[in-house]
Design a protein around this ligand. Structure first.
Ligand SMILES: NC(=O)c1ccc[n+]([C@@H]2O[C@H](COP(=O)([O-])OP(=O)(O)OC[C@H]3O[C@@H](n4cnc5c(N)ncnc54)[C@H](OP(=O)(O)O)[C@@H]3O)[C@@H](O)[C@H]2O)c1
Length: 338
């Protein structure tokens, strides 16, 4: 199949690395016919781009460095690329915008309208527009894959959607943000909040502006995705109570440790007796026996409560270029073949 790749940052480039690796293992890999960025150009060739040249070009900082060849189109903007591309699969890996999900939601709609399967690493379209995208994908009989949006390649979505088919998920709790879990883990070993945040920034886990992580917005986006895709919800940002970790002090951490408890920033969803979903993001004190209390550093975890199987906890990577590229690849492999 031909793939059009929207966004060519850490995730997009890791996906190319993964394809090159699979090719070296003898797999027949899909063609990448188009790649688009915001400021570093775009490329389209109907018969496919050369992946090694693509990697060389982006490492110079701009796709202009890709060698000229007959039929190559440069600098089509995102929407124009979707309109011309002869592609069967659209992969969205542009930045996550939780205000209105744009331009990614429009890209996703346009790609589905043109008959492409949709795979997204971008949380915005699934957190904010899942019901409409799901309906459009069904109308067009196209696959909608979003494994990468929660816990990167750790199969939180696949397990929730398919492995638990036939049971009801009654509640979900999890650690969905590695940056805040890293900060809280460092505070357990004696660092102040500010020192732990600085350490996370130095290691590249936290952005210069850490608001999205430490104030719980990133976790909130995952809570919305899980509630609306695995538990039949139709929640919006305003429906999720949110509190981050920036107010937690070293003294708070010490007090809980003395009581054999640990602070964790949890995203949680439960079904009330009237059937409504109650979703929240907040730091919680967990007893050390809780499986989520044992998850330290940048690792993520999800606990599903189910009616037929009880509780199941999955622990694994929550971010990282290759772990996220793996999720895209796994979704690609799940597209039903004729
Ligand atoms: N990194 C992870 O571990 C991870 C894990 C799970 C999910 N995600 C999600 O995956 C997505 C990509 O993450 P990333 O780490 O690869 O981000 P990134 O390194 O910042 O790359 C984003 C890419 O999107 C491009 N872009 C931005 N706006 C665009 C637009 N309007 N049209 C076309 N291209 C546009 C950027 O262009 P320029 O190159 O010109 O800036 C860049 O190439 C995000 O939504 C993120 O939340 C990431």
């Amino acid at each position: 199949m031909n793939i059009l790749l929207m966004g060519f940052g850490i995730v997009g480039q890791s996906f190319i690395e993964l394809l090159l690796q699979k090719q070296s293992e003898g797999f027949a890999i899909p063609r990448i016919v188009g790649v688009s960025t915001l400021r570093r150009g775009s490329l389209y060739h109907a018969t496919g781009l050369d992946l090694a040249e693509l990697r060389r070009a982006i490492l110079t900082g701009h796709l202009d460095a890709y060698p000229e060849e007959a039929g190559l189109k440069r600098d089509l903007n995102g929407m124009a690329l979707i309109e011309v591309a002869q592609a069967q699969v659209f992969i969205e890996s542009t930045y996550t915008n939780l205000r209105d999900g744009q331009p990614a939601i429009d890209y996703c709609r346009a790609a589905l309208e043109r008959g492409m399967h949709l795979i997204t690493a971008n949380k915005g379209p699934i957190a904010l527009a899942y019901p409409a995208l799901r309906t459009l994908a069904e109308q067009k009989n196209r696959y909608l894959g979003f494994e990468a949006t929660v816990m990167s390649g750790t199969p939180a979505i696949e397990i929730g959607l398919n492995t638990f088919r036939g049971a009801h998920i009654t509640a979900i709790r999890g650690i969905f943000n590695g940056t805040t879990n890293y900060i809280l883990t460092q505070m357990e070993s004696g660092l102040s909040y500010t020192e732990a945040l600085r350490a996370a920034q130095e290691l590249g886990y936290a952005e210069a502006d850490p608001t999205a992580d430490v104030e719980g917005w990133d976790t909130l986006s995952k809570v919305l995705i899980l509630a609306n895709t695995l538990m039949g919800g139709n929640l919006t940002v305003a429906d999720v109570a949110r509190r981050g970790i920036s107010h937690i002090t070293g003294q708070d951490v010490d007090e809980e440790r003395a009581n054999n408890r640990r602070w964790k920033l949890l995203g949680s969803i439960e079904r009330a007796e009237d059937g409504q979903l109650i979703a929240r993001v907040e730091p919680q004190r967990l007893s050390l026996e809780d499986p989520l209390a044992m998850v330290s550093g940048i690792t993520n975890a999800i606990s599903y409560s189910t009616d037929l199987l009880g509780d199941v906890t999955l622990i694994g990577a929550g971010a990282g270029g290759m772990a996220t590229a793996f999720a895209l690849w796994a979704d690609y492999l799940r597209i039903p073949r004729p």
